[in-house]
Ligand binder design. Structure first.
Ligand code: ZN
Length: 356
């Protein structure tokens, strides 16, 4: 098992979303009343049914308790367990699936306040992402401005499948607000379910949904590049969380090839997509979707073509992540240092504040 260096940073782990009852103290009175009137008890996670085997490794399952629901257990298993310096909580709450923009904004606001009080205040190693309603960009921007005042929030979190392709201009207020606050925008596997998760229609099984996430990330990446998001927001970093990375070299090859042929259509894309991605997009490494042989991993990393792009993550407590062997085998020590420490510190400027 590859050992983590001191100061490692876990860039993707998952506290279980709260029940509506647990969120009530953080909801504005109007939304607390609305939850009562509607008989709303749960807003399920985005694509993570809590009882599905995929939602928790058996060794992290704790009887009937919802995986990731006990802060002390998460801190013991994942933060103490891996000895990480910081761990970034990505709470995959279902509020982005609500059709009412106002209600989604009300519930994401409460969720961010709940994260602050129930998790961040509990352990100085915890950091979190700001959840926002993806289909209400102006309200999302407002929430970024509000929540980002607490510097323990280190990025903005969106499901990779929202209402529109993420590069579209309607989404730009989110990127403007994130850039203003100095926060990366993370797209995590998951959907607001405005569209089928596969381009050929609605699938029947969770396995199909999960496998389709990689194609959603490809489409999201293409949209961000083609619409000129990286030119419009020169200081914005994008993180792909739980996206997998094995698809990246082949997709970039294809994208760069067609960009060369069709660039007159998108003159603002003034560099090869490969260059843009290497400079501006980062990827969490769990679950690592490549063969286990060190040679195959080395070849993949060679094809990716940069040591700066991968971020250590455990994806705790989900089942498909590699448990205590969260880093691929056979990586050179210098690359492990980059993935576990240097790249996260460069991606998340707020993490370095107060560091010697
Ligand atoms: Zn994840």
């Amino acid at each position: 098992m590859t050992a983590l260096p001191p100061g490692a940073i876990d860039c993707d782990l998952h506290p279980a979303p709260p029940s509506v009852a647990a969120l009530l103290p953080y909801l504005e009175p109007h939304w607390a009343d609305a939850a009562g009137h509607r008989g709303l008890h749960e807003l399920e996670t985005i694509a993570w049914p809590p009882n599905a085997p995929l939602s928790c490794r058996p060794d992290w399952r704790d009887g009937a308790a919802r995986p990731g629901s006990d802060p002390e257990r998460l801190i013991g298993d994942a933060v103490d367990g891996f000895g990480t310096r910081y761990a970034i909580l990505n709470c995959l709450y279902g509020a982005p699936m609500l059709y009412s923009e106002d209600m989604a904004a009300g519930f994401t606001r409460a969720l961010n306040d709940w994260l602050r009080a129930e998790w961040l205040d509990r352990d100085p190693r915890l950091r979190a992402s700001i959840l926002v309603p993806p289909h209400a960009p102006e309200l999302a921007a407002e929430e970024i401005g509000r929540a980002a005042q607490d510097r323990r929030f280190v990025q903005v979190l969106l499901p990779v499948m929202g209402e529109t392709p993420p590069g579209r201009r309607i989404n730009w207020p989110v990127y403007a607000a994130a850039e203003r606050a100095g926060l990366p925008v993370a797209f995590h596997a998951g959907s607001a379910y405005r569209h089928p998760p596969t381009p050929v229609g609605w699938p029947s099984y969770l396995a199909e949904d999960y496998a389709a996430q990689a194609t959603a990330f490809q489409s999201a990446l293409t949209s961000l590049i083609a619409e000129g998001v990286f030119q419009k927001f020169p200081d914005l970093t994008v993180v792909f969380a739980e996206s997998g990375v094995a698809w990246l070299p082949a997709h970039l090859w294809r994208l760069a090839k067609y960009w060369r042929g069709l660039r007159m259509e998108v003159p603002w894309v003034d560099r090869s997509p490969e260059e843009i991605v290497r400079e501006r997009v980062r990827f969490t490494i769990q679950p690592f979707d490549a063969p286990e042989e060190p040679d195959a991993v080395a070849r993949l990393l060679d094809h990716i073509g940069s040591d700066d792009m991968l971020l250590f993550a455990t994806d705790y407590p989900h089942w498909q992540f590699d448990g205590m062997g969260a880093l691929p085998e056979g990586l050179p020590e210098t690359l492990v240092q980059r993935i576990a420490v240097d790249n996260p510190l460069n991606t998340y400027p707020r993490l370095g504040e107060g560091e010697p």
